[in-house]
Each structure stands twice: as structure tokens, then as C-alpha cells.
Ligand binder design. Structure first.
Ligand SMILES: *Cc1c(COP(=O)(O)O)cnc(C)c1O
Length: 354
């Protein structure tokens, strides 16, 4: 759900891609993103494109042909990271678990020691399953092996703490339409000085032109050389979305997400509906209950949309028909909205079982 001030900000007159006002807005975006990512990285920007363009920017710039790329896969987006690495010609080492599980510190360290990767990637919040992967042990083991660490923070940014610097994440990317409550179209991105130093010394040619960070850097920073025409409108929206978030305070927003999550799980528990992910590893703002026995996910989603105008998502891949995916984030994460959903969900189950 997009906040009203974000829509209003997007109605501002469009300025050109070299207008000082555009760079003023871009500076605000940079400052807000640094706070949300928990980083002091100079290179903190928004890539023109959706979350996937952030993923491709990370992989295309930092994963070289023939290099060893180790990826933690316990869901759809871990798999997509492997596919992007494969297309760059890297040797992929997958650490795999069933969808919805997470990797323990020991499993992470053991895998990285064995794979001896140049780059390691993990998905912080795996949207296809609802599982949250802590990055600390992964980053520590990766740095011990001399590898760079990529974190997919597409669903986590703005919803929960990312703490990129204290976790040891070198490269992180996100999107605007999930935890940041803005329309889609930009991919927040940050890279550590260590990562940028590596990139500036990269030997093999970079295949992508549009996502080449060294060119993008020269556009957002001096000499402000034209690279592509960034959308002023999307930057207005993101700057305002970040302002709304920082006005409330990141900690308050995160606490609000956690409180609604607990209320949600308690409500489902009372209906006898279980959660797919084990309690300590759940994404608070992306809830994934198991589809209750005797009803189909398609019927639940159709009835909720038709009768209550509430849209939720289903599972896919190995979790097709098995889980529901319910976002409770941003302006939707209030006790009132949570209760409204629980009431509608209860009514839906009663109707379908009658
Ligand atoms: C949504 C998502 C993506 C892709 O983002 P798009 O904006 O759809 O391109 C990547 N990773 C994760 C974890 C996601 O949830």
C-alpha cells in the first residue's frame, strides 16, 4: 500500500536528468537509503529498474566469468541468483535446503569453506517462503575465505533491520514496492568501499552496459556524466516514501511490523491455522500460513478478493497450493487492519467449509 504523500510527491513537475533539483532529490534518496540499509557506504543509489535490476547489477558487476559463485538456495529468489550467475558464466555452487528452511551458522561456514568462492550470495528475506536468513555467519565465513558478500534485501529493506555494515554485507539491493511502500520501478543499491575497490580493478570486461556501476557512479556523482535518463517521478516518490518512514522512525516502524505479526499469528492460531516457517525465522511483514485442510488456496484468494477486496498471494514452485503469502507492511501494519484481515479470513474459511 502506497502512502498518500508519496502519490502527491509524484505529481511534481518532471525535471531533466541533469537538473540540480534532480540531484538534490537523489541526495535525499541516498541519505534515506543509507539509514534503511544501515550503512555508511558512499556508493548508495537507486538503480533504474525493479528489484531484479538490483539483483542483476550485483551479479553482473561482481560475479566474473569462470569465478566461483556460492549461493544459498531455499526458495525461488535464491534460485534466480544462481540463474543470473550462470548467465555471467560463473561456476555456481549451491547450498540447498527445502523451501521455507534457513541455514544454520555451522552449515553456512562449512559450505563456504568447502566451496572456496569468490562471491557469496544469500536472500535475507525469501519472499517465496516467508523465511528470514540471518547473514552474520555467512558474511563472517565469506570474509574469512576472501569473498565478497551479496545480500538480497528486496523484501527486508524498510520492513526489518538490514544492518549491512555491522553484518558485513558488501553488496545489497532492494526494490521500492515492498518494505518501502512505494510504487515499483527503482532498485535501492549499496556497495562497500571494499567491493568498489575490487570493481575498479576488475580485469574481465563487463558484459552489461546499462547496469555498469562504474558508469552509473559517474552519473550520480561528479562529473555527472549522462548515462541514462533516470525517472524524476520515481525519485520524487522514493524520496517522499523514505521521508515518511524516517519521520516515524525506522525502529518504530520495525516494532509496528513485529507487533502486527504477533497479533496475526495469534489470530490464525485461534483458527487452528499453522505457519509454514519455524517461529524464530519468520519475516514479520510477510506472513506465510499453511493452507488449512479441506480448502483450496485458489478458493480462499478468490473469495477474499471478491467479497472483501483483499488481495493475498499463493505459494508457487514446491509450495504451490500449500501456503498463502500475506503482506502486513507499511500503512497496512496496524492492529485495525490486522483484525480486519483476520475477520475476513475467518469468514472466508467458514464460508468455504459450510
Ligand atoms: C520481489 C523480489 C525480487 C524481484 O523484485 P522485482 O521488483 O519483482 O523485480 C527479488 N528478490 C526477492 C527476495 C523478492 O522478493
Amino acid at each position: 500500500m502506497v502512502e498518500a504523500p508519496v502519490y502527491e510527491a509524484m505529481a511534481q513537475p518532471v525535471v531533466g536528468y541533469l537538473d540540480p533539483y534532480f540531484f538534490e532529490i537523489a541526495a535525499k534518496v541516498r541519505d534515506g537509503l543509507r539509514q534503511a540499509f544501515g550503512t555508511a557506504n558512499p556508493l548508495t543509489i537507486a538503480i533504474s529498474g525493479t528489484g531484479s535490476s538490483g539483483m542483476e547489477t550485483a551479479v553482473a558487476n561482481f560475479v566474473e566469468p569462470d569465478s566461483r559463485f556460492a549461493v544459498f538456495v531455499a526458495g525461488y529468489f535464491g534460485d534466480r541468483l544462481c540463474e543470473m550467475g550462470r548467465r555471467q558464466g560463473a561456476q555456481i555452487a549451491r547450498c540447498e535446503k527445502p523451501w521455507g528452511e534457513t541455514f544454520s551458522d555451522e552449515e553456512a561456514a562449512e559450505f563456504i569453506q568447502r566451496a572456496k568462492p569468490h562471491v557469496v550470495a544469500f536472500v535475507h528475506a525469501e519472499t517465496s517462503t516467508g523465511a528470514l536468513q540471518d547473514g552474520k555467519a555467512i558474511a563472517t565465513a565469506a570474509h574469512d575465505a576472501g569473498a565478497l558478500v551479496i545480500a538480497d534485501c528486496v523484501t527486508s529493506l524498510g520492513g526489518i533491520p538490514v544492518n549491512a555494515d555491522s553484518t558485513g554485507i558488501d553488496i545489497a539491493y532492494s526494490c521500492t514496492q515492498k518494505g518501502l511502500s512505494c510504487p515499483s520501478g527503482l532498485a535501492p543499491f549499496t556497495a562497500s568501499p571494499r567491493a568498489m575497490e575490487w570493481l575498479h580493478g576488475r580485469k574481465s570486461p563487463m558484459r552489461e552496459w546499462y547496469l555498469d556501476l562504474r558508469l552509473i557512479e559517474e552519473y550520480y556523482d561528479a562529473p555527472h556524466r549522462y548515462h541514462h535518463t533516470a525517472s524524476a517521478t520515481l525519485f520524487y516518490g522514493l524520496a517522499e516514501g523514505l521521508r515518511v518512514i524516517l519521520d516515524e522512525g525506522l525502529e518504530k516502524r520495525f516494532a509496528r511490523h513485529c507487533a502486527c505479526h504477533q497479533r496475526f499469528v495469534k489470530g490464525l492460531d485461534a483458527m487452528g491455522v499453522a505457519m509454514h516457517v519455524a517461529a524464530p525465522h519468520r519475516i514479520p511483514h510477510l506472513n506465510t500460513p499453511v493452507v488449512p485442510a479441506g480448502v483450496s488456496d485458489v478458493a480462499i484468494r478468490k473469495y477474499l478478493l471478491d467479497k472483501h477486496a483483499i488481495e493475498i498471494a499463493g505459494g508457487f514452485g514446491p509450495l504451490a497450493g500449500k501456503i498463502l503469502r500475506i503482506g502486513l507492511m507499511g500503512p497496512l501494519a496496524t492492529p485495525e487492519h490486522t483484525d480486519e484481515f483476520l475477520g475476513a479470513f475467518d469468514g472466508t474459511l467458514r464460508h468455504l467449509r459450510a
